[in-house]
Design a protein around this ligand. Structure first.
Ligand code: ADP
Ligand code: ZN
Length: 637
């Protein structure tokens, strides 16, 4: 049976090999066992039920929390030639009739529904006459109060299980802590389910945290370091989204806002513009993102502190779904922390306890001076088998040379002391750099001896020094407003009894030199292929990635396949896509090869295939760490 599954993977989806755990999950589903699948976003959960659904002539019901999510899935499946439909409140009567008819006559293999639709008596009655083989609960963490997207109606799904006792049930989620997993199993009564937990490590995401000093300036600087790349900037509030969008637009960036306060149509138009690469930057609240399958998001910036690690991980998980390098930047400040605590204090009972726990884990993650992946993975119940991941700010430059920064440290500490140990990092830097800000003048700190002594050193460098002093316990940062206090070590440094060695801030240009691997293909052909894809997408009224993801085009622009025979080896080219789009893309490639004297299926003379090996290698994505991090078998929970 697995051979058949493998054949479908290639023929329908155009993929050569299963990713970690997919084969095992499919194997257990095919034997009719209940399963819980926990895999990070982008790991390829959908295929785990889509392939079994295609192997049977009975019906698979998929519960999905959002209309946009199911619409996207159905569009993508249809583009692969897979008969799938959805039922939800946004459809016209005739669309509902037609979907129902396709389900009734056995044409549609997969039926996507929101829980509300599924739980309606009329729907249940309609389904009761049908041969339901699998019941799939997507985004299953919505069932748990301990999750971060609790949806009460998910709790009632257990009644649907009782209605279809013969149907095997599969619950899928990307963000389950052990506690949430337990909840899912209990609430759905998955007592004998097989449990599959893939590693949460997504190694293509570069994790970076910077102290938030001047968020607008920091964001702009980041955007300029990533020109032409699509990405998302998450903000805490609607107002921040509106303000930031306006500022960026005024500065000439291609940007759209998204939050729950906007009209439905505006939200939809903005989302489409982003998905279809018409707008480069999406500035959004957490309302944005669920159900976004855009695979080439190259960065996610958090302007404000997320409430918990699950949301953070889910949001950064929207970057780099194509397995290529993506950057994640979080701007951290203690006043954001205060804001979050303020709201938490208004809660009570289990809700408050849960929120506090979540937030403190987030802060531990932000404050660590060691590898950031380790606390992240530990949070999800994994034991990291590495000390340094090499893909976070703390690991990226482990061998940076140490300089003597004793004098700078003394300036900093002295300034902290002279301002009364009442202020945070940014204010101290203001004073050191001779700021004429209202606040500095009001406190008369322009009259103290350390005022302006550090003006030759950049703000960024001062921040980097301060972070090291805090990390080493020379300074303590109070959790109230982030004010800095001297420790006994600080006094030793001030008295000249202890030298301080430290690093300089990472060379930003060097970090950004880890460019998107897509840049390593033939850029001219890549652009031509993208144009062609846009034409086709507009014609079919679907997002571009439904035609082909970037990675497919990048591989085409690297290997120059000129025949169907060679094209079929390209990532994402299955039978139906070959039939629908093969000749169109082949003719673009052929013409390009002819006009530029490129030998087909070979390297062009003047384009080196820099780093492309990494791209082709990622067929087994580095994102999922199967070894040691997976567990399966009978659940013991
Ligand atoms: P998830 O639901 O886990 O977030 P998806 O199911 O949307 O992830 O899969 C993410 C992307 O990976 C999709 O574009 C999917 O087609 C692709 N994918 C899934 N399985 C494979 C595979 N075995 N080989 C290559 N690509 C795959
Ligand atoms: Zn690391």
């Amino acid at each position: 049976m697995i051979v058949k599954a493998q054949e479908i993977l290639k023929r329908v989806f155009g993929y050569k090999a299963f990713r970690p755990l997919q084969k095992e999950v499919i194997g257990s589903v095919l034997t009719g066992r209940d399963t819980l699948v926990v895999m990070p976003t982008g790991a390829g959960k959908s295929i785990c039920y889509q392939i079994p659904a295609l192997m049977s002539d009975r019906l698979t019901i998929v519960v999905s929390p959002l209309i946009s999510l199911m619409k996207d899935q159905v569009e993508q499946l249809n583009a692969l030639g897979v008969p799938a439909v959805c039922l939800n409140s946004s459809l016209s009567r005739s669309a509902i009739r037609s979907a129902r008819a396709q389900v009734r006559n056995g044409e549609a293999k997969l039926l996507y529904m929101a829980p509300e639709t599924l739980l309606m008596p009329a729907t249940l009655e309609f389904l009761s006459l049908l041969p339901v083989l699998y019941l799939i609960i997507d985004e299953a963490h919505c069932i748990s109060e301990w999750g971060h997207e609790f949806r009460p109606e998910y709790r009632h799904l257990v009644t649907v299980r009782e209605r279809f006792p013969g149907a095997a049930c599969m619950a899928l989620t990307a963000t389950a802590t052990p506690r949430v997993q337990k909840d899912i199993l209990n609430c759905l009564r998955l007592t004998h389910a097989d449990l599959y937990i893939a590693g949460f490590d997504r190694r293509n995401l570069f994790l970076q945290i910077e102290p938030k000093t001047e968020p607008y300036f920091q964001i702009k600087e980041f955007l300029d370091r990533h020109p032409d790349q699509p990405g998302i900037v998450y903000c805490y509030s609607r107002k921040q989204v509106d303000d930031l969008t306006a500022d960026l637009a005024a500065d000439g960036y291609s940007v759209r806002p998204y939050h729950a306060g906007l009209e439905d149509v505006t939200r939809k138009v903005n989302q489409e513009a982003f998905i279809r690469d018409e707008a480069r930057i999406m500035v959004a609240t957490i309302a944005f993102g669920m159900g976004i399958n855009k695979s080439n998001v190259r960065f996610v910036i958090h302007r404000d502190l997320p409430k918990n690690i699950e949301s953070y991980y889910q949001q950064i998980g929207r970057a780099g779904r194509d397995g290529l390098h993506a950057d994640c930047l979080l701007l951290f400040s203690y006043s954001d922390l205060q804001k979050n605590l303020y709201f938490i204090r208004k809660m009570s009972g289990i809700e408050r306890q849960s929120a506090e726990l979540h937030l403190s884990a987030m802060v531990r993650f932000a404050e660590t001076g060691a590898c950031r992946r380790r606390p992240l993975l530990s949070y999800f119940g994994e034991k990291p088998d590495f000390r340094q991941c090499g893909m976070c700010d703390n690991c990226a430059m482990p061998d940076r040379p140490l300089d003597d920064i004793t004098v700078q440290t003394q300036m900093f500490l002295s300034c902290v002391r002279r301002t009364g140990e009442k202020f945070g990092v940014n204010y101290i830097i203001d004073v050191l750099r001779g700021s004429k800000s209202h606040k500095v003048l009001r406190f008369h700190h322009d009259r103290i001896s350390t005022y302006g002594v550090g003006s030759a050193i950049s703000r960024r460098t001062w921040q980097h020094y301060a972070a090291q002093l805090i990390a080493r316990g020379i300074l303590v940062q109070q959790t109230d407003y982030g004010s800095l206090v001297l420790t006994h070590r600080a006094w030793r440094v001030l008295r000249g009894e202890e030298p301080v060695m430290g690093t300089q801030p990472p060379d930003i240009t060097q970090v950004s030199a880890i460019e998107s691997e897509i840049l390593n293909c033939d850029p001219v052909l890549f652009d031509m292929l993208k144009c062609k894809r846009r034409e086709l997408a507009e014609e079919a009224e679907v997002p571009a990635y439904v035609i082909f993801p970037d990675r497919t085009l990048a591989q085409m622009a690297c290997f120059y396949p000129c025949t169907e025979e060679t094209l079929q080896y390209i990532y994402g080219v299955g039978e139906v896509k070959m039939e629908n789009y093969g000749s169109v893309f082949l003719s673009v490639i052929r013409q390009y090869c002819r006009e530029n004297g490129v030998l087909p299926d070979q390297l062009p003379k003047n384009h080196r295939r820099r780093g492309f090996t990494t791209v082709s290698k990622t067929d087994q994505p580095q994102t999922v760490n199967a070894s040691g991090n997976r567990r399966w078998g009978e659940t013991e929970i």
